[in-house]
Design a protein around this ligand. Structure first.
Ligand SMILES: Cc1cc2nc3c(=O)[nH]c(=O)nc-3n(C[C@H](O)[C@H](O)[C@H](O)COP(=O)(O)OP(=O)(O)OC[C@H]3O[C@@H](n4cnc5c(N)ncnc54)[C@H](O)[C@@H]3O)c2cc1C
Length: 512
């Protein structure tokens, strides 16, 4: 790739999601008092909203409950390609599983895409839904064999796709696979319509209501964080991204979280259309969207485990360089980052929470493909709850086990234990007095290692960096000004409030 354009360094100072900026969402009250419903859905992202919508259409009295604002979790910070082309997944699945599993995964995701398309068309939802061809490509000669293997998997499984030796966009592709008939949209405009329908169908929605614990019985009882309110329900759906609740199912050792980054860029050159994902060492995702009547490109990539990056700002800079050299950059109106959850075998866990809890269901582990997998979750959980058969129940059943999963389970548990121990001994090299405005770090203070951030006005915010979930050490994320936990992905603001679970309690604040 040649350096054709100047690479500006004009990243926005603060992260902001384009979808949340351009979409006005309704607001809902906090839960005050007790409540009795047929089904309680915890978590208002794409999985929870789709499930609540589908159950409300079936006449269920639903309550959709979110710890923060609706659609302000990962769904509000996605890149929103609606596609069954999920990287090198089909060759990997064919190596690890029977072909029916790989084929079933493709079909379930294709049905989810069809469901979104039909919902948009039937109701005329204005959400910038646009059909596009998806391309998987590499610019590295040494990755061509992996890409060819993926293409062979398409052929073996009967997945429509074509091989290309080059691409229309200005990347030096050595090879590419196209998958026709995929799509992109503004996910929040689409989900806003579903939210409005839930309310029209008599559903209840609560914001700023964290569910802390549950008591299993008939009905199931859900308790809010302050223990002041109880929700009684016959069916419970855990759609809180990372499960807020872990009883008897070991999810915390079966899931990992990874962050990735996105920029919305006004390019200097016109874009040839399509949605792109590279399999290069530095993965890149590209799609177009419209902002203020103008075409922008959403450039994504730069994955790393949550809490495991020395300088999170550098990831934005790398994307900015790529956008600059490939398309030219006139302006970068938005930058944002988010994290997603992956299961041991990369197939989401959608279905019964565990055999001990037959009226509780879970949807998690979408492996950065939650637009389709989150929609699969809604369709599948509706059928689970209605006790209807569905061809994909076994495929996504969280209770499935295979040897590979078991081995990875042990590795994940081991990594977490290592994290718990190594975090405690990590050095605090910065001196609190040396912190510049808008700088955060681990520091020594009063003989203890603590986390400190000096805000732009010069005020210090000091916290105990021990994660309130399971005691791991959180790490400073300078690009988002947050404390992030490498064990299970909990995140906290610089003042200690929970930004993302599974933690529910804030970090302890320390006086200066
Ligand atoms: C940068 C990035 C780009 C992506 N791009 C794509 C893409 O192009 N295509 C694609 O298909 N997928 C993509 N994904 C993945 C997709 O965005 C996610 O898989 C999906 O949004 C997850 O949805 P969710 O409903 O599971 O979770 P979320 O949207 O995170 O919703 C979970 C909700 O649960 C709430 N909650 C948590 N704990 C509690 C509690 N105790 N009580 C009450 N509420 C609680 C949270 O507040 C949150 O609102 C991307 C992911 C990332 C990180």
């Amino acid at each position: 790739m040649s350096e054709k354009f100047n690479v500006p360094s004009e990243l926005p100072r603060y992260p902001r999601s384009m979808w949340r900026t351009v979409t006005t969402l309704p607001t809902f009250p906090e839960l005050r008092g007790d409540l009795k419903v047929d089904a309680a859905i915890v978590g208002a992202g794409i999985a929870g909203v789709t499930t609540a919508y589908l159950l409300s259409l079936e006449g269920y009295k639903v309550a959709l409950i979110d710890a923060g604002r609706i659609l302000d979790g990962t769904t509000g910070y996605t890149t929103a390609k609606i596609s069954a082309q999920h990287g090198l997944i089909y060759s990997e699945f064919l190596t690890n599983f029977r072909p029916e599993i790989a084929k079933g995964y493709y079909e379930a995701n294709t049905e989810a895409l069809r469901f979104i398309r039909e919902t948009v068309e039937t109701h005329g939802i204005d959400c910038d839904f646009k059909e596009e061809t998806a391309y998987l490509y590499t610019t590295q000669e040494d990755k061509l064999d992996e890409l060819r293997k993926e293409f062979e998997a398409y052929q073996e499984l009967g997945i429509p796709g074509q091989w290309h030796d080059s691409l229309a966009i200005p990347v030096d592709a050595k090879g590419a696979i196209s998958m026709p008939g995929q799509a992109q949209f503004n996910p929040l405009k689409y989900l806003k319509f579903l939210v409005e329908k839930i309310v029209e169908n008599g559903g209840l929605i609560y914001e700023n209501t964290t569910i802390e614990d549950t008591k299993y019985g008939k009905p199931i009882e859900l308790y809010t964080l302050d223990q002041e309110n109880t929700v009684f329900c016959n069916e419970l759906v855990v759609a809180s991204h990372y499960p807020f609740w872990n009883k008897a199912a070991g999810y915390f050792s079966r899931l990992s979280t990874e962050r990735s980054y996105a920029l919305a860029v006004k390019p200097e050159t016109s874009f040839q259309g399509g949605m792109y994902l590279s399999i290069d060492d530095a993965k890149r995702s590209i799609r177009s969207a419209t902002f203020e009547g103008e075409e922008v490109l959403i450039i994504g990539g730069e994955n790393h485990r949550t809490g495991k990056s020395d300088n999170t700002f550098e990831h934005y800079v790398e994307l900015e360089k790529f956008a600059g050299t490939t398309f030219g950059v006139r302006e970068i109106p938005f930058r944002w980052s988010a994290q997603d959850v992956t299961t041991l075998d990369k197939i989401p866990y959608i279905g019964p929470f565990s055999s001990d809890y037959p009226f509780t269901f879970i949807a998690t582990g979408f492996n950065k493909w939650g637009m389709t997998n989150g929609t699969v979750a809604g369709l599948l959980l509706r059928d689970n709850i209605l006790r209807r058969s569905n061809p994909y129940m076994d495929l996504f059943n969280p209770g499935r086990f295979n040897d590979k999963s078991m081995n990875q389970n042990i590795t994940t548990t081991f990594k977490m234990a290592k994290e718990l121990i190594s975090g405690k001994f990590a050095g605090a090299h910065e001196k609190i007095d040396n912190l510049e405005p808008d700088q955060g770090a681990l520091v020594r203070h009063g003989g203890k290692k603590v986390g400190a951030y000096r805000d732009p006005k010069g005020e210090l915010h000091i916290v105990d960096t021990t994660c309130t979930h399971m005691g791991c050490e959180t790490a400073w994320n300078e690009a988002e000004r947050s404390w992030d936990c490498p064990c299970h992905g909990s995140r906290f603001s610089y003042t200690g409030e929970v930004l993302e679970g599974p933690a529910k309690e804030p970090l302890e604040r320390i006086q200066e």
